[in-house]
Design a protein around this ligand. Sequence first.
Ligand code: ADP
Ligand code: MG
Length: 290
Amino acid sequence: ANILLGPIQKINAVIESYPKGIAGFKRYCEILDTDPDIADSPQAKEVELHGAIRYNNVTFGYEGLEKVLNNISLSIRPGETVAFVGPSGAGKTTLCSLLPRFYEMDAGSIEIDGVDIKDIALESLRSQIGIVQQDVFLFSGTIRENITYGNLQATDNEIMEAARRAQLDEFVRTQPQGLDTVIGERGVKLSGGQKQRLAIARMFLKNPPILILDEATSALDTETEVAIQKSLAELSKGRTTLVIAHRLATIKNADRIMVVTKQGIAEQGKHEDLIEAEGIYSRLHYAQFG
Ligand code: ADP
Ligand code: MG
């Protein structure tokens, strides 16, 4: 827990990738502190990633519990947007959590650009994977600090450009203190949509080749979700993107959709192909849209 007291640079890599809320963040610190499996191997190196992802027979279960993922294999091309859909608890979040090495798999391997992720220095790996999820982690600093923690060298111009692309610039400009406005306990209250935009602005600034969007807009009302989907579509351009979505409308345009069930990847293909196949996806689709 002393990691919280360290310089913000030290926290970066940690906060950036905490799995679920502060509980997940704490758990992640514990993992960092105690799990010797998740540490740099002697041959770990910095690698500049392009984002070709390959899971080879990946099997994983949380400690002492039954396996969540059994022998999963999949591959994703650089720049491709792949959506994971399927019942709650099927393992979609778990599947994506293995990529930044939040957990160590029990068997199998994951490669990025042909390099086993265990051979990539953790900081190098995690600094090149951006995660946007439902709960945005905010600390009670300024808007600037909240946008930049992934990139402390950023200039105001770069920050405002990221805010613009996330459609947050208008909001920043209308605050009396602009980027220096304090958010959090004593500061302005951000709406759910503004928090997501802040998270998206962070990612534009961080500019990672790989992006994980885990139910990023699930908590928003439909109108706000539609508006934010535009920013997310822009954000995912040119990056390998793994999207987990509950509302199927948001992933219709994915390059590929994979249906995750407890049995594994049950179906994959484009929206139209999966509708035509009249399998699980098509049933999920008609259940949501009638
Ligand atoms: P999905 O994202 O598809 O809803 P998850 O990957 O979150 O599914 O969960 C898959 C299974 O793993 C579920 O049974 C869930 O309860 C379990 N699980 C998820 N996270 C943890 C954890 N940190 N510890 C133990 N079990 C977990
Ligand atoms: Mg999930």
